[in-house]
Design a protein around this ligand. Structure first.
Ligand code: TNX
Length: 477
């Protein structure tokens, strides 16, 4: 095996070693020239698709091949699943004879965590990464800024950082750890709403009429960045440059959700003047020039923008229905009830779409009646494990009408999650259902079968000390 390939296969080889040690007690030695051994990992360029892999176990040995090193790593995770399914055999060093040829239905399978609302230390984020990697997730979105906190310490604007935040070294540590699991870490800086933490430091960058209205970090005060203040764009240009340099991800998420336009831009003399000058009828139309400038800063960094798809909040469904997202913005469908519309609109417009519908993928919603969160529930609907599982990210549409769906994302908004235990309690086992929705073709999905395959995995989560919700099979009533 060429030396450079081995280097790239190192994370998969390390993972294989851990899996075999943990499940079978075997301690295998790694060798770059192990082509003759009974255990082989290799990149096979005859395979296509970034995560296409094969696992073959026979009398001759174990071979895991993949189109890329990431694919080989996913194959190792599948081996882990096989061994988990029959721990007694595995303990005896016996691996079932199989021939698996597998590739994901969707290229993106993401979870989003929210250290902005409740900070999560680096070690907890790393642990979270470890678990999600076992289920072949390949992206972690970090919601880094919100009303409750600004969680990234920047050189350019150090004052912004909340007392608990990630340093550049922390970010590098998270990113490197994620990379070993072939997980892309996507930063999110939420603008122009959800910016109370920012505006508590720079109140002069909010709308003119609110400058003297006090802001308390930790309260959702629905303040927005002023659309008609040049300094906002200069500051964010610098922030985006620094964030872009810290994260190797090709993407930056800019939020764009839940902006309180009527109490901010609509009342602000400067924003009103800008509306007039542009000939706009509604203050929400200022989103167009606002994001035009922000997006040009993002493009200058070489990154691709992602935004929450807002259909009824920023852009009210009036007769002059607006769908003004520039073509290079990847959208995330999230708001309950709006996903079918969002799916259709983006199919027409050709925008790339991530599916995170509130109906299935909002892992911050309670899993049962009277379950957590018992406080701070603004009316979140119950989302059972079964409801999470019954998610077809293509919403049953024709192949053509879902061709623009890039993948799935589960959100763990953390207003009611004070620590990582609560985060995993909300995430699991539903994130297992979502992982399957993202990976597996509909014809291979089966709820009853899933619940059976679930047990060894729950057993494993328990053994690892990861909290999760049981019982999970009840209807939720
Ligand atoms: C809406 S989902 C939000 C978040 C909240 C979440 C609570 C989205 C784009 N914005 O700021 O945390 O609801 O479920």
């Amino acid at each position: 095996m060429p030396q450079h390939l081995l280097l790239f296969l190192r994370p998969a080889a390390d993972a294989l070693r851990r899996v075999l040690k943990e499940r079978t007690g075997m301690d295998i030695a790694l060798s770059p020239k192990g082509a003759k051994g009974s255990i082989t990992l290799a990149v096979d360029t005859a395979l296509h698709g970034a995560e296409h892999y094969r696992v073959e176990v026979s009398k001759k040995g174990l071979t895991i091949t993949g189109a890329t090193p990431a694919a080989v790593f996913r194959g190792v995770m599948t081996l882990n699943q096989l061994l988990l399914a029959d721990p007694h055999e595995a303990e005896r060093g016996r691996i079932p004879a199989v021939k698996i040829d597998d590739a994901p239905r969707f290229a993106l399978r993401a979870l989003m965590i929210d250290p902005a609302r409740n900070f999560l230390p680096v070690k907890d984020v790393k642990r979270f990464i470890e678990v999600m990697a076992k289920y072949k997730y390949n992206a972690l979105q970090l919601h880094l800024t919100d009303d409750q906190g600004w969680r990234i310490a920047l050189k350019s604007y150090p004052q912004l950082a909340s007392p608990q935040s990630y340093s550049a070294a922390d970010i590098r540590e998270i990113v490197a750890y994620a990379a070993e699991h072939y997980i892309d870490v996507i930063p999110e800086l939420d603008i122009p709403g959800h910016t109370a933490a920012f505006l508590s430091v720079y109140p002069e960058l909010g709308c003119t009429h609110l400058r003297n209205a006090p802001i308390k970090v930790g309260e959702t005060v629905n303040r927005m960045l002023c659309a008609a203040n040049d300094t906002v764009y200069t500051v964010y240009n610098q922030i985006l440059r620094e964030v872009a340099a810290l994260f190797p991800s090709p993407y930056i998420h800019l939020g764009g959700d839940e902006a309180a336009v009527p109490t901010n831009w609509e009342q602000c003399p400067r924003c009103r003047a800008m509306m007039e000058q542009k000939g706009y009828k509604r203050a929400s139309q200022l989103m167009i020039p606002f994001f035009e400038r922000i997006l040009s800063s993002v493009r200058a960094t070489g990154k691709k923008p992602i935004m929450w798809c807002e259909l009824n909040n920023i852009y009210p469904p009036a007769d002059d229905y607006l769908f003004p997202y520039p073509q290079d913005v990847t959208l995330v469908s999230w708001r309950g009830g709006l996903t079918p519309t969002c799916l259709s609109l983006t199919a027409q417009s050709g925008h790339k779409l991530i599916m995170a519908p509130g109906e299935h993928a909002y892992l911050d919603y309670p899993q049962m009646h009277h379950d957590l969160p018992e406080y701070n529930n603004w009316g979140m609907p119950i989302t059972t494990l079964e409801q999470a599982y019954r998610f077809d990210p293509g919403y049953g549409r024709t192949a053509e009408a879902q061709a623009h769906v890039w993948g799935v994302m589960g959100t763990l908004w953390a207003e009611a999650m004070p620590d990582i235990n609560r985060v995993t309690y909300m995430a699991y086992p539903r994130a297992l259902a979502l992982a399957e929705a993202g990976w597996t073709q509909m014809e291979h999905r089966d709820w009853a079968d899933f619940t059976q395959r679930l047990y060894p995995n729950l057993d494993e989560l328990m053994r690892l000390g990861i909290s999760f919700r049981v019982p999970f099979e009840l209807s939720g009533k």
